[in-house]
Ligand binder design. Structure first.
Ligand code: WTA
Length: 636
């Protein structure tokens, strides 16, 4: 059997596959996994225990290298097929195309260079790079030699980078002099230098020359990328990995100040990203797939690198932003590269919808076949705009629900194959056994229901642990409803079994598609010497989906609140990154608290959302008067 034989071509195919995966998950996934190249076949498809300390193992005993599957396999049959089309920030005709053969050679060269400086299997390598082909090359080079990559989004600040280097114990850092973002450059090397002041595990820092701006240089530590690979062989035998060896760590926000390093392993991740990519997007061999995400997020890992490459697909990678140089950039790129699949985020759709549709109509978008959305619930208005102006009411739109933790898409319609329903992610993929649970832990048996989403059974690409903290993994994901995986999202289900994700049920706010834990932002605000305490909540925003509001209590009144607010915003930008800056900062004299001293965030959220008539009974608070005071402050 070939992987393509497990392509679901009709609603009936989907139903049959779903049933087969529930009835006999081992034979279902075993057959799919066997379509890949294993150096040693696996002897057990699935072993798991989600009741005690959670353990999930897929394809145990199997040995493989994911890059052999993503690159060498295709080089044997189709070496000149384009794997990657890179579109730079500046739109001059500088797009770069890399064939499978060229990509493999670049990966091997870089892998050999990594070996030369002593990187070996299991070492953590931190990648802090802009959206350039070298990021993909570095990711795959790590995987080639069994090093564990930890990609840190290039919009993160020095302290966020340092925290991730420290937590992962990375011994090597790969960065660039800088990155371009619209008309700005980001001084990545400077930021990295700053981060490294508090990291003592890094032995070498490899620097890609990209913006050609001058950077400071530490001779004992820094190496230029071009010198680093100079003269090296473009052949490098893949390290043979166990299916359950770690492939990468990717950090995501949680409800505490510390980011969670989600750990993904080789075999299951490869199988599920490829299977879900092929089926959700209905990718065909000559299609050009463009996901507008950044490789710094899971969407980039799974559907810009591993999933498409495992399938031998051609992907567009874009360095820039939708507004640069003008708001037609996305459509210009679609037309230029004859994109067939366009996968983006609701926040981008909402921002695009604010601009005249002539930006779209002047481009020939006839190559498009499938549209997709990811990252947050897509509201009806954004869905309709996407459908009308980009899809011309003809193209399927897949609304794909998943997470850093899930590794791949768990709930989505399959483009043109299963029914779509605006604002609904719709049905779980084969192998994904979902449930809705009420807050007392009862599984809601009615078809039509609203509750907390849970997954009852393992799928191959579930994150296996939190790096260095299995106890936290158990607490966050498996203790809410023992025996079930708890993703932290609420959902409702209609009579046909379609799911609509309603949003987070924990203290994570999704701003422009980025997960932001409120706790680290509060920690950062509290570092300001004038601040006693703070609380950060999300409220609806018409482009970003959610925006952040920070309520701040000071030790003593300030005569320059504007300056203080500015300082707080800068502090957040420096400790986490500009994406975490709150839209509103409100100085208050107290926060609504329960008698046990817990901040009532629900009330703060309602206040920030201007839903003051829905506050409920506040009389049981420790300090009910504060609610009126905040209401007054908000109306000033
Ligand atoms: C949210 C991104 C509604 C959700 C792949 C989830 C969505 C969190 C959707 C994970 C969607 C993602 N509809 N909500 N189609 N996709 N989310 O880890 O709250 O960056 O838990 O992974 O984004 O964000 P993460």
């Amino acid at each position: 059997m070939k992987l393509q034989d497990s392509k679901l071509n009709s609603l009936n195919d989907y139903k049959e596959a779903y049933k087969a995966a529930v009835e006999n998950p081992e034979s279902f996934w075993g057959e799919i996994a066997n379509t890949f190249e294993w150096n040693t076949p696996f002897n057990k498809v699935l072993e798991y225990d989600w009741n005690g300390e959670p353990k999930t193992e897929w394809f145990s005993g199997g040995k493989l290298n994911i890059t052999a599957n993503c690159l060498d396999r295709h080089v044997k049959t189709n070496p000149d097929k384009v794997a990657l089309i890179w579109e730079p920030n500046e739109p001059q005709d500088k797009a770069i195309k890399l064939t499978y053969k060229e990509l493999l050679e670049s990966v091997c060269k870089f892998a050999n260079a990594l070996k030369n400086i002593g990187v070996s299997k299991g070492d953590r390598v931190c990648l802090y790079l802009p959206m350039v082909p070298e990021l993909t090359i570095a990711v795959l080079a790590c995987a080639r030699i069994g090093a564990i990559h930890s990609v840190v989004f290039a919009g993160f600040s020095a302290s966020a980078l340092a925290a991730r280097i420290q937590d992962s114990g990375s011994s090597f850092l790969i960065t660039a002099d800088g990155g371009f973002r619209g008309d700005k450059t980001i001084p990545l090397k400077d930021i990295a230098d700053d981060a490294l002041k508090s990291c003592d595990t890094i032995k070498k820092c490899v620097v890609l020359q990209h913006t050609f701006e001058s950077v400071s240089w530490n001779k004992s530590m820094d190496l230029w990328w071009h010198d680093f690979i100079d003269g090296l062989s473009s052949v490098c035998a893949p390290e043979i990995m166990d299916s359950e060896d770690v492939l990468f760590i990717l950090y995501t926000s949680g409800s505490t100040g510390k980011p969670k390093g989600m750990v993904h392993t080789c075999g299951g991740y490869m199988v599920y990203t490829a299977y879900s990519f092929m089926n959700v997007f209905q990718y065909n061999q000559d299609d050009i797939f463009w996901c507008t995400a950044d490789i710094g997020w899971i969407t980039g890992h799974s559907y810009m690198v591993y999933g498409p490459l495992a399938l031998g697909a051609t992907s567009v990678h874009f360095e820039g932003v939708p507004s640069h140089p003008k708001w037609n950039r996305f459509w210009d790129v679609c037309e230029k590269h004859k994109v067939t699949h366009f996968y983006t985020a609701p926040t981008a759709i909402r921002a695009l919808a604010k601009h005249p549709t002539t930006h779209i109509t002047k481009h020939d978008l006839s190559s498009l076949k499938v549209l997709g959305s990811v990252g947050e619930p897509i509201n009806e208005e954004a869905w309709n705009w996407f459908d009308t102006y980009v899809g011309k009411n003809k193209l399927p739109i897949v609304d794909t629900w998943w997470q850093t933790e899930t590794g791949g898409i768990l709930i989505s319609n399959l483009a043109g194959v299963t029914p779509q329903k605006p604002t609904f992610a719709t049905l779980p993929l084969p192998g994904i056994q979902t449930a809705l649970i009420d807050d007392k832990g009862n599984v809601l048996m009615n078809k039509e229901a609203e509750g907390i989403l849970a997954v009852n059974f393992p799928w191959p690409s579930i994150a296996r642990t939190i790096w260095g903290d299995h106890k936290r993994y158990q607490e966050v994901y498996f203790s809410a409803f023992p025996g079930h995986y708890f993703p932290g999202d609420g959902a409702l289900r209609d009579l046909d079994g379609n799911y609509r994700i309603t949003g987070r049920v924990d203290d994570v706010v999704i701003v422009s598609g980025h997960n932001l834990g409120t706790a680290p932002i509060e920690n950062s605000i509290n570092e300001h010497p004038k601040v006693v305490e703070s609380a950060v909540v999300g409220y609806p925003h018409d482009i970003k989906g959610n925006a952040l509001m920070a309520y701040v209590i000071l030790y003593e009144a300030t005569n320059d609140p504007e300056l203080l607010i500015q300082e707080i915003r800068t502090l957040i930008s420096n400790t986490i990154g500009p994406i975490a800056k709150p839209d509103r900062v409100l100085i208050v004299s107290g926060l609504p608290k329960t008698r046990s001293g817990k901040i009532m965030r629900r009330i703060l959220r309602k206040l920030a959302s201007n839903e003051t008539d829905q506050l409920g009974d506040v009389s049981t608070l420790l300090n009910p008067d504060i609610v009126d005071e905040i209401k007054r402050e908000l109306t000033i």
